[in-house]
Design a protein around this ligand. Structure first.
Ligand SMILES: C[S@@+](CC[C@H](N)C(=O)[O-])C[C@H]1O[C@@H](n2cnc3c(N)ncnc32)[C@H](O)[C@@H]1O
Length: 200
């Protein structure tokens, strides 16, 4: 169901979230070093994974949409870069333990209890000292028309993220009001929640 929905959306030639990286990722990228192994769950058409590959990182993008990841590979190739991809539902994916220096989760919206379970798998998949960077829409986004799920169950509160990531050091957890300019699907003022965490 997730795969079909996103495959149909991404069938458009256009990159629906653009080809430039997310602004919060760019702000936080100083935490990530060249050569790092980085996982991007729900990387979609790859704008963020490809940007990190361009900064010398070893990128694995995992997404339910084969169509999205094919576009991601093409975007990487157009820039003379390469990323690794895996088409999988993150609920069924064989998450490794201590496998990544960083995980970047951007606008991956999952309903409870899958949200908490996948966030726990992210923690397990980080190496000690590894970083997590996450941005998602919060419930207040229902009052804006700049994109994101229209279903409250898929929107994340800061309290939910604080609980999901209580086992790691939370370096930043904030509610933001951002002026989005990410392709045609994220455009205008948007209500997001942003998290940076580090596994001890
Ligand atoms: C809103 S898009 C964001 C794409 C990308 N992170 C970005 O910011 O441009 C959400 C992505 O999450 C993926 N996704 C949602 N639920 C998923 C799941 N359970 N397993 C794998 N991918 C999933 C979708 O296929 C889609 O590519």
């Amino acid at each position: 169901m997730t795969a079909t929905f996103w495959d149909e959306r991404f069938a458009d030639e256009e990159f629906l979230y653009g080809t430039e990286p997310n602004v919060f990722l760019v702000e936080q990228a100083h935490r990530l070093t060249a050569g790092s192994r980085v996982l991007l769950p729900g990387d979609g058409e790859g704008r963020n994974g490809v940007w990190l590959a361009g900064r010398g990182m070893d990128v694995l993008s995992v997404d339910a949409s084969a169509v999205g990841l094919a576009k991601a590979k093409r975007l990487a190739g157009d820039r003379g870069l390469s990323i690794n991809t895996d088409v999988a539902d993150l609920g069924a994916w064989a998450w490794p333990s201590n496998g990544f220096d960083a995980i970047v989760s951007l606008f991956l919206h999952l309903a409870s209890p899958e949200r908490a379970s996948i966030h726990a798998k992210m923690i397990e998949a980080l190496k000690p000292g590894g970083s997590l960077i996450l941005e998602a829409f919060r419930p207040e986004q229902l009052g804006y028309s700049s994109g994101g799920p229209k279903d409250l169950a898929l929107l994340y509160t800061a309290a939910q993220l604080a609980a999901d990531f209580r086992a790691v050091d939370i370096l930043l957890l904030e509610e933001a009001l951002v002026d989005l300019d990410e392709g045609k699907l994220h455009k205008g003022l948007g209500a997001t929640v942003r998290l940076v965490a580090r596994k001890a």
